[in-house]
Ligand binder design. Sequence first.
Ligand SMILES: [Zn+2]
Length: 102
Amino acid sequence: MNLLGIDFEDWYHPQLVEPFVSEKEKIPIMYKGLDKILNLLRKTNSKATFFLVGELLEFNPEMLDDIISEGHEIGFHTMKHTRLDSLDFQSKFKEELKNLKN
Ligand SMILES: [Zn+2]
């Protein structure tokens, strides 16, 4: 069995960094490395689940097709890497899904 999860977010998403970055500075760059990751997975005949932050698709929507067309899975990592570890996580997650559909 092959289990691999990739936390596919950008440099400014982690909670320890995000509060110190202005909206203007949040320029996605992570998709530039996607080809290298997909090539490595292809070479090793591995499949992965990419836990993808939804807002990144607004900048580079074809990324979704690139990942899925290689047979990998997508995991929804909320729209903006929002923490969901609170008592109202169910309603927060429903709201996140609603934002994804829009
Ligand atoms: Zn994450």
